[in-house]
Design a protein around this ligand. Structure first.
Ligand code: PAF
Length: 280
């Protein structure tokens, strides 16, 4: 497994070995878990050369303490990637990706970034778009893999690739869950024992919402979920929204032919957890 810190050397290497081979790319912020590894496995199945990046991107964090406390487990990440037969790991510094100008570019994502995560984390998707675009320009992958836990991010990256006319297939992978249903996330590492025990409640409420939605309207289902968190001792609901999975817009009432998804963000102390569920 080759490790690069410099974009120039990475590009030189990829240009040398590419020669008609298919390059797969999994961008990450490290602190890898089974969800990331399933992206790696999928990418390995359909591509000849696999590149994984590990970079905690400062411009996508709206809270400094969230950036500072983001888990960092590089040695373990590298062991896991070696075990998965990853070919290349790219670990740039902030200077390598941003030089001295640590700011995000402006994008027009046709409104996909104005709701849910975008509405609650100002500038988040501009930061994500900026770094993913730069990484795509450096790695020039044929296929790039993202988890559906960040479903809104996945739609936004597809939109960016489309608008920037990048010749990259963006592949979404289903959410990986712990046995008790908690969506895998690097942030789970920061949960205290008590918070970890409480956190599976998030997926339980999503499953209940899915059942409820079969015979209730959008607004009723949203109210139903909000109610579940009203007196919760350790989880604080930030939002639960039901939206059209393609446009991420909200309908006043159910429309036939539209696939709906429920999106949730919950705080356990200062740790923000997100999840989503297909509602049909
Ligand atoms: O999903 C993530 O881990 C990050 O948002 C990404 C796509 C690696 C960009 O920093």
């Amino acid at each position: 497994m080759r490790i690069y810190h410099s974009k120039r050397f990475l590009q030189q290497y990829l240009n040398k070995v590419k020669q008609g081979k298919k390059v797969g790319f999994v961008p990450t912020m490290g602190a890898l878990h089974e969800g990331h590894l399933s992206l790696v496995t999928n990418a390995k199945k359909s591509c000849n050369i696999l590149v994984v990046s590990v970079f905690v991107n400062p411009t996508q964090f709206d809270r400094k303490e969230d950036l500072d406390l983001y888990p960092k487990t590089l040695d373990r990440d590298l062991d896991l990637l070696k075990r998965e037969n990853c070919d290349v790991v790219f670990i740039p510094s902030v200077k390598e990706m941003y030089n001295k100008n640590i700011v995000a570019q402006d994008f027009d994502f046709d409104g996909l970034d104005k709701v849910m995560e975008g509405a609650h984390r100002k500038g988040h998707f501009a930061g994500v778009g900026t770094i993913v675009k730069r990484l795509f320009q450096i790695v020039q992958p044929d296929e790039a893999f993202f988890g559906e836990k960040d479903f809104q991010q996945l739609q936004i990256i597809k939109k960016m690739v489309d608008k920037e006319k990048m010749n990259i297939k963006v592949v979404g992978n289903p959410i990986h869950r712990e046995k008790d249903g908690l969506a895998m996330s690097s942030r789970n590492m920061r949960l205290t024992k008590g918070q970890r025990e409480a956190a599976p409640f998030i997926y339980k409420t999503l499953q209940k919402a899915k059942d409820y939605f079969t015979i209730h309207e959008i607004i009723e289902t949203e109210k139903f979920v909000i109610e579940q968190y009203k007196d919760h001792p350790s989880l604080k609901l930030e939002y639960f929204t039901i939206a059209d999975e393609k446009t991420l817009t909200k309908d006043a009432s159910k429309k036939s032919g539209v696939s709906y998804r429920g999106f949730i963000a919950v705080f356990a102390g200062d740790i923000r957890l997100i999840d989503n569920i297909e509602l049909g």
